[in-house]
Design a protein around this ligand. Sequence first.
Ligand code: C2E
Ligand code: CA
Ligand code: CA
Length: 643
Amino acid sequence: MSTRKNPVFLNLEENLQDKEAEIELLQETFTEIGSELNLDSVFQIVANRARELVGAETILIPILDENCETYTYRGGAGNNADEIVGESLPLEFGVCGWVWRHKKPWWQGVLDELSEEERNLWEKEAGTMILIPLQGKRHFLGGIAGINKANGEEFNRRDLSLLSMFASIVAIAIENAMAVKKIEEAHKITEDYQLRLEILNKQLLESSRELEFLSLYDTLTLLPNRTLFRDRLAQHISLAKSDSSQCAIVLVDLNDFKQINDALGHDSGDHVLKEISERFKNILNSHETLARPGGDEFMFLFPNTDKQTITKKAKSILKLLNQHFNIGKSEIAVNASIGIALYPEHGDDIGELMRHADWAMYRAKKTKQGFNIYDPNNDDTSLGKLTLQADLRNTLEKNGFELYYQPQVTLNDDQVIAIEALGRWPHPEKGFIPPNIFIPALEQASLIDKYTYWAIEQSLKHAMELKEHGHNLEIAINISTQTLTNTNFITNVKQIVKDQDRGRYLVFEITENLFLSEYERLLDTLQHICDLGISLSIDDFGTGYSSLSRLKKLPVSELKIDQSFVKDMVTSSDDETIVRSTIDLAHNLGLTVVAEGVETEKVYNRLRDLGCDIAQGYLISKPISFNALKDFLKNHKENFINS
Ligand code: C2E
Ligand code: CA
Ligand code: CA
């Protein structure tokens, strides 16, 4: 008997052939989906192959959705598959829910494991269905479901093991394809995000350009504003310095422009300003600048020029205004006054040149000249540098400066608790010269140190004298930055003050801008001052750039709110807010708050309501001589006691 004819063997051979075919199918599937990254195609291949493998009428691939609450049929093959693919169902539902909960296949054999009740419930379905879980490396993915066998039989154990093996192979491929898809989606989101970011950046750039434009140009005439003008002036000054040329600034101030605004309205006023800027632009060449620093002022910057040329320019500028301006049906005339300052003759920095052009313009206005070139001989505010320096030195030597004193009172009980010493220069020929003029002059002439030591000595002497009269008052002295940052400062102050008992009568007022420079060294100096018993106060607070974190670290005990905020605090809510928050802030840092420039009772009362500690200003007293102060203290005491 031929082995081939042996039915047992024949059966074995068939089995072997079947197995080979199955392995081939699995291998094919593996290669096919291994190279396929499109998720939908992967599902399709898996469905087709599975159907072939177990001879199912229909194969469906339910995949768990990202929410983990539903699943969706993502692929399918065979009868009605098209209709079902794409449908989503809740996870608890039906056989899928069972597989999900038990993490094991559903097939007819499962029935044996179920309770009788459950078996009754599921029996009908079980016979016609097989569902193998798809377990990826990292996640449970879903399953492969076969419905009805094509030969009408039920799914058997062989189907179960075949499909299980198949599922374990394809699960990894499905998981990979799903991961790829996710990466692609994330990538797309990133791309979208990048695109949006690019758009945003572009918008940001545009708005920062807009901001830059706003900070450098006047929006009405689109001419450079004061800031840009100053910048250009600085450039031209250094150019002129390097090639020894002259440049000029020409300030044009319209006369009575307010009347035009008042009579015809601001729109008409704006119209005239625009028209003027157009006319002015016509006489410029490319190296010259025209700016509108504000209001009814225009400014020209002419490089490479001289007095003769600039005189001609000024005349032609005035001529441009001669022609009338049309406003609706009416014609109006505009006049201007022009002030001119030349570098280097009238100043070697921006501030000086601008100030002198301004001064010349006022002179033109006053004398109705049309234009005026700055002339130091006519400028009685600038005393002529050299004679001024000699004058200052002389005055110092002869003890010709004086200190006036302005009282500071507590807001809660109106007691004088301190006084501020303010320098005065009674000039034999020019009368009283205010500190705003002679202090900067002393600084420029490097005489400020000497003056300051004199002021400290004088204040201390007066404090001791007041003490003898029963007034224990601190005297506040303004200390120039220049002096404070001088390396000898502490040694010199020590020599004058001697000990803490005397130091306690002094307060040094320093300005907040000081803190920006040389912070570390300054901190050391301030500490030494405190060691001498002297307190420190921050003057003109609000006008500079103090950073709070720095302020906190300084050994200061007092903060003086600048008078520019105090003056209008009852009419300007902005100012009131600044004053209020400064008081709060200072108190939080443990500082005493002095308000300067208190001129009215309204302001005084408001400050008291806001919790401010001390007031200083004309309401209480103007700065007065030492003798007048003694009278004041006597009367104030009586007034205070009587009130
Ligand atoms: P400051 O330290 O802010 O002094 C306050 C100034 O405001 C004083 O001007 C004072 O007369 C004025 N003032 C006081 N109360 C009122 C008020 O109610 N209304 C108005 N409108 N003004 C008021 P002054 O005496 O002309 O001093 C001007 C500046 O000159 C001082 O401002 C201070 O920075 C400086 N200064 C004065 N004396 C000295 C000094 O001896 N050394 C130094 N380095 N600077 C000084
Ligand atoms: Ca002061
Ligand atoms: Ca001040």
